[in-house]
Design a protein around this ligand. Sequence first.
Ligand code: IMP
Ligand code: MG
Length: 180
Amino acid sequence: MKEIVLHDKTFVPFIANDEIEKAIDSVAARLNAKYKGTGEIPVILCLLNGALMFTASLMRRLEFNVDLASMKVSSYAGTQSTGNVRIVREPTTDLKGRHVIICEDIVDTGNTMVFMDKYLKEQGAASMEICIMLLKPDVYDKPVKLDYVGMEIPNRFIVGYGLDYDELGRNYPDIYVLKQ
Ligand code: IMP
Ligand code: MG
């Protein structure tokens, strides 16, 4: 792994792909333990674009039937959360009465999850579970329960495995951190 340059910033290797995949293995095992054999068909709600890679990787490991839906919400500008979450694209699947598993790349302030909690209640979802690849526990201070967490990381700005810096960096299979 070498450093990468995205726009005006340099990022250095931080989490290798095999470590990420191992974290996703354990999240998938917990979902399989809960849903396999129950006959329940939950909706996997992928939050685009960041959770695309995580959702694809996770879904390949699920051993029960799922519906896949996606929506796009936005709150970040550059390397900072704006604190203002807005819907860029609504899901096309009706979530009313459904058990929804939100798939998200990373939880930072938690503003996005607070927004999603309210949104899914408004949509009449039967239940909501949150499944995230990464958590910044030093920043997260919201009461919303995070049901499945792949890995905890320090409060640093990262890219790769779906995560971006102003839309660049999503394609790299490893995770990189902003060079200090
Ligand atoms: P929150 O609403 O503050 O929890 O932020 C969640 C969203 O911010 C995630 O879906 C990411 O899109 C973005 N985000 C948070 N931290 C990072 C980071 O370190 N790199 C890239 N995007 C991030
Ligand atoms: Mg995101």
